[in-house]
Design a protein. Sequence first.
Length: 382
Amino acid sequence: MSASDFFSGPNFFVVGANHLTAPLEIREKLALTSDRLAAFQSVAERIDGLRELAVLNTCNRVEIYGVAESGAVIDRLQAEYCAACDLPPEQLAAVRYFAGGADAIAHLLAVASGLESQMLGENEIFGQVKTAYQTAQDRRTVGAVLNRVFQKAFQGAKYIRTHTAITVGQVSIANVAVDLALTIFGDLRSARVLLLGAGDIGEKTAVAFQSRGVESLTVASRTLVKAMELATRFGAVALPFEHMPVHLHEFDIVVCSTAAPAAVVTHFAATTALRRRPAQPLFFIDLALPRDVEPNVAQLENAFVYNLDDLARIAEDNRAAREAEVSKARALVAGRAQAIWRQVALPAAAPTKNVLPNDPTMPIATQRIPVVGELPTRATET
């Protein structure tokens, strides 16, 4: 089915795929580097009939929010995204979801609140949604509708986080990763830990490890300056990234969170490391997408690889304990989504030209669009 089958006129919409609908292998293909994402946005902005546009691109989801004159415009948008990530259109069609009107607003609210995250209630997604909106503002691809919807979604998400207990417990991928290491080793004080990646996740993982007693911490980044800065803040050691394969055998736990376009821990490097530490297991916690550790490393004896989906399954117990809070939060989402939709829905117009970037005078239709495929109601975890 195409968007043309469900979107008969102008509307606010979301189309996307996430950890609930797409396996890790497909999400790797959907994830775009910053350069390729910018290139896609440049192409999308020239699509006739696309009035407004914002793209949320994270390790667990890609979602395109916008205002389009028809379903055919959204079909064209999807085709351009497939071209940008070299994904056959039929593969996207198998994992995507659509929503329009109040349903699309409810989905955005749930995402920004952390209700659709692999780690229920995690804080990172709120910042990622804000970044997506800011990028759209900078590119001048938001108008009256997206401005109102995103601003109200931020207000609603803050209210939901404040008035429910969905943020209680393990609510970050870094904490879950470190708690997994704690479960494996029991006492982390003697564990030798290597962090591959000095970005936000790397920093939060360093905090979590040190809070649980880790004394031997090494940081490697593709940018040595970043590795040195992070190492200095935490009293750790900085390792030049290109030296990582030679020193891999020295570590018990390797946490990977780079933004590399391909795996940085190869089967050969892991095999070599294991030979140099006989009878000693080597644990990889891969928080990156695309994955930093080649999948066949998990087949090696004494190599144990945990990826995002594995960690999400571990965190599911934490979600089960807060199911009542999830229901409460979803009720708040539904009520606020309808209220926001009443504010932004206007009588439909029939413009014949593309109005990007940013024509705040352009209205959208009041028609609600049914969801294609079931929108996620709860995360089963990556």
